[in-house]
Design a protein around this ligand. Structure first.
Ligand SMILES: [Zn+2]
Length: 300
């Protein structure tokens, strides 16, 4: 099977994966690696990333193409960063695809990290085999993506699928995108911590489970708001599966039962047996796996 390399650039660490895929067969994960992103200049980070990529490709390749998942906006044509909210401003305008392509000697495609997560979970993870899939990542922000009839809805520069920026309350709290009342303004990790009066999502979920009323109310609030956003998507798309991942979801395994009930209540036109809401299955390597799959699919 042909092998592809995927890279996932994060605020704390960069993950790498080699995936083997052929025809319509489900891809196979061949190898993974990770390096710390570090506080250095983007040129240094990219040089270390290129070296790690070349090393992994030599060990687990050869690879036919590579993909890079970026946590923000990029220009597809120039291969340059437009804006990465969780990385230093020096990344803006930086060319990412070209230097890596030169090091590896293969084509390099860019995509948003949440779209990479979506592609990975829909092809090889919790929604493998499902034609229409909605994926959400709950972490620092709320990212996402949709696969419709087997195809990732990418849009110009990969900007389709910003599920966290659906407005669910007119005039609601301000969101990082400049709008108000988005799902992200209610359901991101920071909102949960603020409402729950704790330093981390894990601490809020633990306190809620131990009977702390403020923490329990924060979890109920996040579940309720998230359910409205998911119900909208379920009503519009009728996906077979909704995949929820990211750090906040991983911390709150107890999230899923109440979430299913709340989504069903908010989507009365959709048969509740027609879709499942499931936790992500691929773990921290999902973004890198998705970037590798995009190296293959994006160029077809
Ligand atoms: Zn927003």
């Amino acid at each position: 099977m042909t092998r592809y390399l995927g890279l996932d650039v994060g605020g704390t660490s960069c993950k790498l994966a080699v995936v083997a895929a052929e025809g319509d067969r489900r891809g196979e994960l061949v190898a993974t690696a990770a390096i710390p992103t570090g506080p250095g200049d983007p040129a240094d980070v990219l040089a270390r990333l290129a070296a790690a990529a070349a090393e992994l490709a030599a060990a687990a390749g050869p690879v036919a193409a590579a993909g890079i998942g970026l946590p923000g906006l990029f220009d597809e044509d120039s291969g340059r960063v437009v804006f990465l909210p969780n990385l230093p401003p020096a990344w803006t305008g930086r060319e990412v695809a070209g230097p890596l392509a030169a090091t590896l000697g293969v084509p390099v495609a860019l995509l948003n990290d949440a779209r990479a997560f979506t592609l990975a979970e829909s092809r090889m993870g919790a929604a493998a085999g499902c034609p229409t899939v909605v994926c959400l990542t709950l972490g620092t922000g709320v990212g996402g993506g949709v696969v419709v009839d087997g195809r990732l809805r990418f849009g110009p520069h990969g900007r389709a699928g910003e599920l966290g920026h659906q407005v669910i309350e007119v005039g609601g709290p301000p969101c990082g995108c400049g709008n108000r009342g988005c799902v992200e303004a209610f359901a991101a990790g920071a909102a949960l911590c603020r409402l729950g009066g704790r330093d981390s999502p894990e601490a809020v979920f633990a306190a809620a489970a131990a009977g702390d009323e403020r923490a329990a109310a924060a979890v109920r609030s996040v579940v309720g708001r998230l359910a409205v956003g998911i119900a909208n998507l379920v009503t519009v798309l009728w996906p077979e599966r909704v995949v929820v991942g990211g750090g906040v979801a991983a911390a709150g395994a107890g999230l899923f039962g109440p979430l299913r009930a709340a989504v069903a209540a908010s989507a009365p036109l959709v048969d509740p047996d027609a879709y499942e809401i499931v936790p992500a299955a691929l773990g921290p390597a999902a973004g890198a796996i998705g970037a590798a799959l995009w190296a293959r699919e994006g160029s077809r």
